[in-house]
Design a protein around this ligand. Structure first.
Ligand code: ATP
Ligand code: MG
Length: 261
């Protein structure tokens, strides 16, 4: 793809697409990854392609819960690694939790390739600047983020086949899972196992959004960047979290979308 001018109104969308096109060519994504992304793009259009106040509250709630959990884990798939891998490594470094590559359409090749990509991202993040407000040894915190997914030895109860596979020392023993772009069935199964599930999903009507403990209705790249700021500032939870209300607020934004003048 040629250069996209800085001023192009669809610049970030075009860049995200190109990242996915490149990643697909490198064998990092399932065949359906682009379809899933396209469906997300449609919702993002309707949401105005920005983080709403409601999504911001969900990000804050997610942050508070991750910081107070005993065994938090971040579960990532191909699209998430490609679009938000570096910021999620920053989140993991601050929270002090592992990242597990966990795929709906699991193949050993893609697990290995995504782990390699994450290791490269981790090295790059470790060598880069610490987030504003972080005062400890950044390179050390980032380097200690464990990358799981290889040799998975556990399973998510209630699911069948390869999509049930997980790591015992990751999702298997987690009390809270941050899992952007999850599938509805898997989200439900994790909740049934007694875990808190935080998802990032642009579709407020998806089963994932409705099953999750906390749903961040936002684009994964934007949400991950905002989550870095939140975990560094470490605000406390706001009390009772009403996830239905958060989903209704997103639907209100969509319903109020207008073609303007
Ligand atoms: P569910 O299984 O939860 O009912 P679904 O089957 O309709 O959902 P999937 O195909 O599992 O949807 O996943 C695609 C969804 O992922 C999209 O509808 C969108 O909401 C979400 N999504 C895709 N790309 C992004 C992104 N970049 N940021 C946030 N969410 C995204
Ligand atoms: Mg689905």
């Amino acid at each position: 793809m040629g250069e996209i001018p800085e001023s192009h109104p669809r610049r970030s969308s075009l860049l995200a697409r190109q990242k996915l096109v490149d990643a697909a060519a490198e064998g990092l994504l399932a065949d359906s990854a682009m379809i899933a992304h396209g469906r997300g793009e449609a919702f993002d259009y309707l949401l105005g392609e920005q983080t709403s106040d409601s999504a911001r509250s969900a990000i804050r709630e997610a942050s508070a819960r991750l910081l107070t959990a005993e065994r938090p884990v971040i579960s990532v798939n191909g699209n998430t690694v490609v679009l938000a891998g570096e910021d999620l490594i920053r989140v993991a470094a601050v929270v002090g939790c592992p990242i597990e590559v966990n795929l709906y359409y699991r193949t050993p090749e893609r697990i290995a390739r995504l782990l390699t990509r994450l290791a490269e991202q981790r090295a790059s993040v470790a060598g880069g600047p610490a987030p504003d407000g972080w005062s400890e040894d950044w390179a050390k915190a980032v380097s200690s983020v464990a990358l799981l997914g290889d040799g998975a030895d556990g399973s998510i109860e209630g699911l069948e086949g390869a999509r049930a596979i997980c790591c015992t020392n990751g999702i298997g023993s987690a009390d809270i899972v941050l899992v952007p772009l999850e599938d509805g069935d898997r989200c439900e199964a994790l909740v049934e196992m007694g875990k808190q599930v935080v998802v990032i999903d642009l579709n407020p009507l998806s089963r994932t959004s409705r099953m999750a403990t906390v749903t961040i209705v936002d684009e994964v790249t934007r949400a991950a960047t905002a989550l870095v700021d939140e975990v560094v500032s470490g605000h406390a939870a706001q009390g009772d979290w009403d996830n239905r209300a958060a989903l209704s607020e997103a639907l209100d934004i969509i319903a109020g979308a207008s073609a303007g003048e």
